[in-house]
Design a protein around this ligand. Structure first.
Ligand code: PMP
Length: 446
């Protein structure tokens, strides 16, 4: 008998769970009660390999004493500090440390509590920036089909995950670029993507939106360097470069949502660095604290920040009337500083780069396995498209993810894909075991 089954009737009723089929879960609860290193422990005592690093956020592994000690020390010293009109030293220290990891020029850090808050903050910042510059007409926002920028209203407006949008009616004015596809069609293998003319041509779709709306009405374009939640879709060579050129030429801000790609998953500090393209605003969250505390950031070019500071008015005036109760929470900042220390000390980026070829070979070894329709990877992230069951595209991916859990592996399914993002601390053997179990689960699925 599992622990879950021994609890009193109705004990699960009150919690309405996020992004979860609540009815299914409550019939088949999957309870994690502990974690250490690359493994979770379930309430019935099983070890589960963490094949998605939590939700792409615990690359350093679980239960790191350095992080736990830092945040408990901080909680004893200053457990909360008002986020507005008062500061605490750790947020300034963390902001400086984050700037060191950013591409040159991105050097002003606004703290939030999550990836969704960072996306909405970045979009509001873009609109407010143009307004402060006397171009208040620049309000339209452009995202990308299948883009994911969290779940707040700005994020779902520019986001292109259909289920996350249509359930909630209208968002803010936004348009979408077509989704980019790997240049060589299915089973693209290679890091970074091979040469192909497709990238620039796809980015040129932005010119059509500019012709339609006029750049004088467009505030920003937001994209993930590679789409994570859509199933690790890597942009073709030249795509991000061309977006950058077009945005610069038409005075449109380019925002990179690096909530997944930031802080190590690509083998670089940012996707911007990995792809060699610098946005005007960059958002990140998740891995900054190794998932141990909620924390997000929006990092802006100094000129953007300076436009706000130069608005005039009394010096107590709010230059950007925006922020959250938990912006730069002291305990989250302590966790962030400790995580950055560990990422540096353990050479996590080098580790990701060194593991990436093993990971790539393993995941592309799934080519030809039953129901595998496509495979993509970058750094320590991979998306495997599952051939859909007619009318039920998510059924097989769900079944595969659950079969993996029964076998002792946690992976995520999203839409028609299985997503993998093993911890940076994984061994080559753990990666091979994870992917080979996945192959077995594909084969065993109806
Ligand atoms: N942007 C991207 C690219 C993400 O992948 C996510 C989360 N997966 C978010 C934003 C939202 O982050 P959060 O869940 O912390 O709000």
């Amino acid at each position: 008998m599992t622990q879950a089954a021994s609890r009193p009737d109705g004990w699960m009723d009150a919690h309405w769970m996020p992004f979860t089929g609540n009815r299914e879960f409550k019939a088949n609860p999957r309870l994690l009660t502990g974690a250490a290193g690359a493994y979770y422990r379930t309430d019935d005592g099983r070890q589960i390999f963490d094949g998605l690093s939590g939700l792409w956020c615990t690359g350093l592994g679980h239960g790191r004493p350095e992080i736990v000690d830092a945040l408990s020390r901080q909680a004893r010293e200053l457990d909360y500090s008002p986020a507005f009109q008062f500061g605490h030293p750790l947020s300034f220290e963390l902001a400086n440390r984050i700037v060191e990891k950013m591409p040159a020029g991105l050097n002003r850090v606004f703290f939030t509590g999550s990836g969704s808050e960072s996306a909405d903050t970045a979009l509001k910042m873009a609109r407010a920036y143009w307004r402060a510059k006397g171009q208040a007409g620049k309000t339209r926002l452009i995202g990308r089909a299948k883009g994911y920028h969290g779940v707040n209203f700005g994020g779902i407006s520019v986001g292109g995950m259909m289920g996350n949008r249509k359930t909630f009616g209208q968002g803010v004015e936004a348009d979408h670029l077509p989704h980019t596809q790997p240049p060589n069609g299915s089973f693209f293998k290679g890091m970074p993507p091979q040469e192909g003319p497709m990238g620039a041509a796809l980015a040129d779709e932005l010119l059509q939106l500019i012709a339609l709306h006029d750049a004088s009405n467009i505030a920003a374009v937001i994209v993930e360097p590679f789409s994570g939640s859509a199933g690790v879709v890597i942009p073709p060579v030249g795509y991000l470069q061309r977006l950058r050129e077009i945005c610069t030429a038409h005075n449109i801000l380019l925002i990179f949502d690096e909530v997944i790609t930031g802080f190590g998953r690509t083998g670089s500090w940012t996707g911007a660095e990995a792809f060699g393209v610098t946005p005007d605003i960059l958002t990140a969250a998740k891995q900054i604290t190794n998932g141990v505390q909620p924390l997000g950031v929006v990092v802006a070019r100094q000129e953007i920040h300076d436009v706000f500071m130069a608005q005039g008015g009394p010096d107590y005036m709010l230059e950007f009337p925006h922020g959250y109760t938990y912006s730069a929470h002291p305990v989250a900042c302590a966790a962030g500083l400790a995580s950055l220390d560990l990422l540096e000390r353990e050479h996590a980026l080098e580790r990701v780069k060194a593991l990436a070829p093993t990971f790539e070979t393993a995941v592309h070894g799934l080519k030809g396995v039953k129901h595998v329709a496509d495979i993509r990877n970058f750094g320590l992230a991979a998306g495997i498209t599952v051939a859909p069951l007619p009318g039920e595209p998510a059924k097989r991916p769900f079944d595969i993810a659950m079969a993996m859990y029964r076998k002792g592996f946690y992976v995520r399914y999203g839409g028609d894909t299985i997503q993998l993002a093993p911890p940076f601390i994984s061994t080559e053997a753990q990666i091979d075991t994870l992917v080979s179990a996945l192959g077995d689960c594909f084969n065993a699925t109806a």
